[in-house]
Design a protein. Structure first.
Length: 190
């Protein structure tokens, strides 16, 4: 098992081998072949988070290229940010509160992986809070016509830059644990 710091979301490059035994039994290339309903839905939810992240990164890039003014950046970023924050927070609450405890019973060997994913949720929550605060500051600046609106866009773009890589790492690692678990052992709630 790698050192604890190497497993931190910010440092991790993937899951340790001992957490991947289920993925070895059901590799990613076989996931498209008739996954159970909940596993397929889980992947759809994760793809939605990735799509939101890409859309926000694209809007931030357009801002940096000078293609958007602060109002345009506000309008391009905030509806997607709001949906992203709301859906991801709800998804994590359901995972931590309902699915992960059931998975622990279904497959006790994967407990260390589930603990890791729970710690990821805490780390991601800090990013979600930073995104929320930066988005709210941008909204207030644009709504009031404040002269620092451009700076607020810049801060939100930076918060997106910091949040993207750990979120994408977590989604991939979570899929490597959860999708084969549900496909091989069944949905604990269904």
């Amino acid at each position: 098992m790698p050192e604890a710091g190497a497993l931190d979301l910010a440092a991790r490059q993937g899951l340790p081998d001992e957490m991947l035994y289920l993925r070895r039994a059901l590799p990613r290339e076989r996931w498209i072949e008739g996954l159970p309903g909940t596993a397929a839905f889980w992947l759809q939810m994760h793809e939605g988070f990735r799509a939101h992240q890409r859309a926000m990164a694209d809007a931030a890039a357009r801002w940096r290229a000078g293609a958007l003014d602060p109002r345009g950046a506000h309008d391009a970023l905030l509806p997607t940010l709001q949906a992203f924050l709301q859906h991801l927070d709800g998804h994590h609450r359901i995972e931590t509160g309902h699915y992960f405890p059931a998975f622990r019973t279904l497959e006790p060997r994967i407990e260390a992986g589930l603990d890791l994913l729970d710690r990821d949720h805490d780390a991601i929550h800090a990013h979600l809070q930073a995104l929320y605060e930066a988005g709210l500051a941008l909204h207030r600046a644009v709504a009031s016509g404040a002269p620092d609106a451009a700076n607020r866009v810049h801060r939100l773009a930076e918060a997106l830059d910091h949040a993207g890589p750990p979120l994408l790492r977590h989604l991939e690692d979570e899929e490597d644990i959860v999708i084969p678990l549900m496909a091989l052992r069944g949905d604990p709630h269904g």
